[in-house]
Design a protein around this ligand. Structure first.
Ligand SMILES: [Zn+2]
Length: 271
């Protein structure tokens, strides 16, 4: 089974509350499953918004099974199914009419390092938070860093925006690979910065990953949650930097070992 089939099978068999929150550019469903209780702190934890980081989609299933100390979480295992399949499976995962465009953008037929969606938009710079101001942003279709023609131009980011606005969580966590770092800041005012840093410290204690202030990011889901929704939001870069992209299934055990308690610990720390 490929990563999308595994996540789909998990979703079909999941007995708790669940939803399809939208569809990808190639019409693949964007799944969400609910863990825990509707009372207490609420969070959204989303995974694999970057294609080549698809291993985090499988990690999410272990976070669901682990559960939370208190409160509830909507877990979104695979925010970018088309990009994940491009990385894992290759061009045969997309309709043949897309091949010319994608191979030209990619500069060849090896899509293993592809990060974007099937429209060659990097979803994690497509959010409306200082959109287009990131240091690495590019303005034409590319395997990574293309901001898209407008904020929320991609159906995947529009779905994530609408679902997050509907749920109104207290905090969000975004799972990426790699580097073993946690990002938690985005120009918060001082009071919120102290509260967010305290929660980030709980994530750090649970995973052993240090907190890092990321400079010059913009347009990400975490950035948008902090700036527009004014909630706590964290990005976790799971996996050792010594591992090579894309992280394969052989890396999953190590990722689980370091992060399986992360959401549990974060929920416990939220006041
Ligand atoms: Zn990433």
């Amino acid at each position: 089974m490929n990563v999308f089939e595994e996540v789909s099978a998990f979703y079909q068999s999941y007995r708790g509350e669940k939803r399809v929150i939208g569809y990808s550019a190639l019409d693949r469903p964007l799944y969400a499953v609910f863990v825990g209780a509707k009372t207490g702190p609420q969070m959204i934890s989303q995974y694999a918004i970057h294609g080549r980081e698809w291993i985090t989609a499988l990690l999410s299933l272990y976070h669901v099974r682990r559960g939370l100390a208190r409160g509830g979480a909507w877990v979104l295992p695979l925010s970018n199914p088309d990009g994940a399949l491009l990385s894992e499976v290759g061009a045969q995962s997309v309709p043949s009419e897309c091949w010319d465009f994608l191979k030209e953008v990619n500069g060849g037929g090896d899509f293993s390092l592809w990060k974007a969606n099937a429209e060659a938009v990097d979803l994690n710079v497509n959010f409306d938070a200082d959109w287009g101001c990131g240091a690495s942003n590019v303005r034409a279709p590319a395997p990574e860093n293309y901001i898209g023609p407008a904020p929320f131009s991609a159906p995947e980011t529009a779905a994530l925006r609408d679902f997050t606005r509907e749920v109104r969580p207290d905090m969000t966590v975004s799972w990426h690979t790699k580097g073993e770092e946690i990002y938690w800041s985005y120009h918060q005012p001082r009071g919120r910065r102290l509260a967010d840093r305290r929660l980030a410290a709980a994530l750090s204690a649970s995973t052993g990953y240090p907190l890092v202030k990321l400079k010059n990011s913009a347009g990400g889901y975490k950035d948008w949650c902090i700036k527009e929704l004014k909630i706590s939001a964290f990005t976790v870069e799971a996996g050792s930097d010594e591992l090579r992209h894309p992280l394969g299934r052989e890396a999953l055990g190590a990722l689980i070992g370091r992060t399986v308690d992360a959401l549990f610990a974060l929920a416990a720390a939220k006041k």
